[in-house]
Design a protein around this ligand. Sequence first.
Ligand code: PBG
Length: 330
Amino acid sequence: MSEILRPVVRPRRLRTSAAIRDLVAETTLRPRQLVLPAFVREGATEPTPISTMPGVVQHSRDSLRRAATEAAEAGVRGIMLFGVPVTKDPLGTGATDPEGILNLAIADVVAEVGDALVVMGDLCLDEFTDHGHCGVLDEQGRVDNDATLQRYADMAVVQAEAGVHLVGPSGMMDGQVAVVRDALDEAGHLDVGILAYSAKYASAFYGPFREAVDSALTGDRRTYQQDGRNARESVREVLLDIDEGADIVMVKPALAYLDVLRRIADVAGEAGVPVAAYNISGEYAMVEAAAANGWIDREAAILETLTSIHRAGADVILTYWATEAAGLLD
Ligand code: PBG
């Protein structure tokens, strides 16, 4: 009885002041671990707000350069670029046009910030196709895996020629990492790395992103992105990507998949491969919407979100809050 009224062991002692909480904190997220995803719109002369992602814009080429500089100055170490072309077609030819918006933006950002940021390019066709799928379609309208691989190979080389540091294959085609690695090596781009979207789930939380890139998609991506009921399957995807030459593996989305992230961090950790997680558009939008309504403390929610993703095992976090969060963390 007395033991119940006066516990001998008191974990609360380590929570009595901010100083002692800092002293024993297990997780420290730093700005250097953040990557800013950014959208750039062909022909734009000024930034256009994205209504589903308050605070995020489709950049013009000029405003993108400024955003990259600000991110670097805040201590962020990477930027992931997405292009929004004016015209889309079945093959997504804008993706492999050296004058296409994404490739121009890569060159712009590299010229602006040099090696201060790791410049990454989304390697996927969905922003460039008129049907909105991540690959090209066969006669039956299905996403054709192997025909798509050839497009990804070409896209990787064009991005490398524009100066990209890491390509981010995000289309979930089988064999995409191996094909991209081979194409880069064949073209002499031995130092261009691959940030592989290895465990990428078909998710309702991508909704706001579809406006961000003016997506033409009707239907869903369930024949190529993973089923949210599966976790073991993500281990298989990650091991394949590591085998095929991925330099960093990624889990996406982050919040609804923190268990998957933990598992992948253990598996990739064994193999010595860094792990990234993508704090996606819907995760961003939920916090922004609740904060706009006065329902949550916005900054605290941002820091708690990012810290949780790091605690679950991500070495690197892609987040639309990267520049602001770097300031909050400093
Ligand atoms: C595919 C891609 C998507 C996102 C990043 N790369 C969309 C999708 O798979 O449907 C989503 C990012 C986000 O929601 O923040 N190019």
